[in-house]
Design a protein around this ligand. Structure first.
Ligand code: NAD
Ligand code: WQD
Length: 342
């Protein structure tokens, strides 16, 4: 199939483009490079061993989108293009509403006009807010804890309304828990702009010498060692889930909303230990105050994704840390680095 990957130069869209290509699909990437670079796409091409058609495009640009849709006959769209920093969303909510919500409306309209009626959408565990129960099932109450989370909730609702209104439109809404790791080649990976907000990229930058110490946000949570517990998931498992979801949309001809996680909770200090084993070096850290808005424990019940898509996470924590570290060690400055020969 021919798939339009919006936000395909980014972390998860890039890894998914690799798996799509491996599974025989033709990928067309569109991205405005607000949080990525052409260098990332060049690396993707190195991984897949073929050129990938690329369009520099903002998803809010209806004319540009229409132009891209008119150049190809897409079977489906995968929509990764969004701003994703929780803290920034609290300071600049309008930017998030505009980029994420207006962007999605523009994408849905362009799809309708081009008669493309299969969508795989990046949602997030953030739609559960601070969950009342773990593991979290898809029928748990939904709530927004911050403007970023609100955009994901609203986008899910917009897509749901379109599925109701248009009997031929099918969407897979994928609620990711905590994606980490990188392609095993070490050629592509997560390359945040500025200080990383998330645990794994921060640890990677400490290990490679770009930052001095990790701050562990709170050790007084009611968890195994007092630090926050999350469901970390290898990005290659996550990428595979997108292609499985695409197969589901096309073969079963039904829409679906599923959690994507391993189903296991890992504390910050357990994660630090696993990363130290993988990197073969100590990660110096300080325990500091809790981060505003953090939950104590969040992990998925991934049973529905297994039942409907036949998908299950396969990589363990050691593989997540090993692959994240390989990427960072080979590319200390991310895509700004020169790749080292084997
Ligand atoms: P990313 O920032 O690496 O990738 C997003 C890509 O979209 C970037 O290349 C960016 O340049 C592009 N983009 C953003 N706004 C755009 C616009 N208006 N027009 C065109 N391109 C645009 O982020 P990611 O981690 O790969 O996340 C992908 C998706 O998954 C996002 O929707 C994010 O909200 C969601 N998600 C991510 C996580 C996570 O922890 N990484 C967790 C849950 C959900
Ligand atoms: C994990 C744990 C922190 C950094 C966020 C978004 C969520 C989703 C994924 C997009 C927590 C602790 C972290 C650090 C730390 N994104 N931590 N020191 O908060 O579960 O989820 O990313 O949809 O919406 O909220 O992930 O990696 O930031 O934090 O101690 O420097 O690590 O307190 O317990 P989080 P994270």
């Amino acid at each position: 199939m021919q798939i339009l990957v919006l936000g395909g130069a980014g972390y998860i869209g890039g890894h998914t483009s690799v798996v799509l290509t491996e599974r025989g699909h033709q990928v067309v990437i569109a991205d405005n490079f607000s949080n990525s670079s052409r260098a990332a796409v060049a690396r993707l091409e190195q991984v897949v061993g073929a050129p990938l058609p690329l369009h520099e495009l903002d998803v809010r640009d209806s004319v540009g989108l229409e132009r891209v849709f008119s150049q190809y006959r897409f079977d489906a769209v995968m929509h990764f293009a969004a701003l994703k920093a929780v803290g920034e969303s609290c300071k600049k909510p309008l930017d998030y509403f505009d980029n994420n919500i207006s962007g999605t409306i523009t994408v849905l309209r362009a799809m309708s006009e081009a008669n493309v009626r299969r969508l795989v959408f990046s949602s997030s565990a953030t739609v559960y807010g601070d969950p009342e129960q773990v593991p979290v099932r898809e029928d748990a109450p939904l709530q927004a804890s911050n403007p970023y989370g609100r955009t994901k909730l609203v986008m899910e609702q917009l897509i749901g309304d379109l599925c109701t209104a248009d009997p031929n439109f099918r969407a897979a809404v994928l609620r990711y828990f905590n994606p980490v790791g990188a392609h095993p080649s070490g050629l592509i990976g997560e390359d945040p702009n500025g200080p990383p907000n998330n645990l794994m990229p921060f640890m990677c930058q400490v290990a490679v010498g770009r930052r001095e110490r990790l701050q562990v946000f709170g050790d007084d949570y009611p968890t195994v060692d007092g630090t926050g517990v999350r469901d970390y998931l290898h990005v290659m498992d996550l990428a595979r889930a997108h292609v499985d979801a695409l197969d589901y949309l096309c073969n079963k001809d039904r829409s679906v909303t599923v959690n994507l996680g391993t189903g296991s909770g890992v504390s910050v200090l357990q994660m630090v230990k696993a990363f130290e084993r993988a990197a073969g070096k100590a990660i110096p850290y300080d325990i500091v105050a809790r981060r505003l808005g953090d939950s104590a424990t969040v992990f998925a019940d991934p049973g529905l994704a297994h039942a409907l898509l036949g998908w299950k996470a396969e990589h363990d924590l050691d593989a997540m840390c090993r692959d994240a570290w390989r990427w960072q060690a080979l590319n200390p400055q991310g895509y700004g680095s020169i790749i080292q020969p084997d």
